[in-house]
Design a protein around this ligand. Structure first.
Ligand code: GZL
Length: 324
């Protein structure tokens, strides 16, 4: 979970400097024309994952990468084994989207012990154990707490009823986006006494499991009138379940989500989804830029934060052509 601590500016400046990744703390990366780069993807079971992997392949040639990309098919243990294999193959640098915060800690520690600089992309690990600037160079990714808060803010501003009965579809258990999107949304919505979260269950960021979980929760909570999904794939699955049950998503139930996939933007245009907070998968160019800054000896901030837009009925049609 990424912690945001509100400090005085001087203290924050001091901590920021202390946390900045300097070459002495971390494995170095020499400047050269080409690098053997490891990208250990966790799975390829949704458009977001496929878009992220494509972004790394599309960046490889322009960034001088001899890219070794693996796919752990949804297994944290296999993702760790894939990193082991990359270390044995002698990669220069590792880009890792850790599927879950704790099970991927060994991969981070082994890469560091092998003298390989690691950049965490799109998800982080348990940073109370492995720290940016010490065990890995930096986390490149969104503020998931902020994404949850923005989803809650949109709901509070657009809910028209007296009482909001919320079902929450959580992402992969133990993953940083699931942990933080839950924290951001739940803490923010708790401030508005119109709302109650009556059920919260993982759909593992997957469309079909999201549909199945929504079917089950709909039986238990027929009065539900809000669905908050930690990603669009589960939201689309929930919409399928709701329509099969004769509900009218966008009319008698609000659907609130995160990512910004093409199917989600289409659902917004069709009036079935209210909002999706962007969580961009296009990490390739940013990974190249930050890696080169590090190789040039620059101090890298512990969190290279990706800024996210928000898509609603006001702008979904303007952005669907660029969506994945
Ligand atoms: C977010 C990423 C999440 C997406 C999901 O950075 O980790 O994983 O929001 C994806 O769609 O499965």
């Amino acid at each position: 979970m990424k912690r945001r601590i509100l400090l005085s500016s001087a203290a924050a400046f001091g901590i920021a400097l202390a946390g900045m990744a300097s070459a002495s703390d971390l494995p170095p990366l020499e400047q050269k024309d080409s690098y053997t780069v490891g990208f250990a993807q966790m799975e390829s079971n949704n458009p977001w994952r496929i878009a992220e992997t494509k972004s790394f392949h599309d960046t490889a040639e322009s960034c001088g990468w001899n890219l070794i990309a693996t796919d752990a098919a949804g297994s944290a243990a296999k993702q760790v084994a894939d990193v082991d294999s990359m270390i044995a193959q002698g990669i220069d640098v590792l880009f890792l989207p850790p599927r879950e915060e704790k099970p991927l800690l060994p991969a981070v520690m082994k890469a560091r012990a092998a003298g390989i600089p690691t950049f965490l992309v799109d998800r982080s690990v348990d940073e109370s154990v492995a720290k940016p600037g010490e065990h890995f160079v930096s986390f490149l990714g969104s503020d998931f707490i902020d994404q949850g808060e923005r989803a809650a803010d949109w709901l509070a501003a657009n809910f028209k009823g007296e009482k909001g009965v919320i079902v929450e579809l959580e992402g992969t258990t133990g993953s940083s986006p699931a942990n933080d999107r839950k924290k951001g949304f739940d803490d923010r919505i708790a401030q508005d006494d119109r709302f109650e979260i009556v059920a919260s269950q993982t759909g593992d960021f997957a469309r079909d499991l999201g549909r199945q979980v929504m079917e089950t929760l709909l039986q238990a909570h027929p009065d539900v009138n809000v669905v908050y999904a930690h990603n669009d794939e589960m939201a689309i699955g929930a919409i399928q379940a709701l329509e099969l049950a004769g509900r009218k998503p966008g009319e008698d139930i609000l659907v609130v989500s995160i990512d910004g996939t093409r199917d989600a933007l289409q659902a917004i245009i069709d009036g079935k989804m209210g909002v999706t907070v962007e969580s961009s998968p296009f990490f390739g160019p940013l990974a190249c830029e930050v890696m080169k800054r590090y190789a040039a000896g620059e101090e890298i901030e512990p969190w290279v934060q990706v800024k996210d837009r928000i898509f609603t009925a006001d702008n979904a049609a303007d952005h669907i052509d660029e969506a994945y």
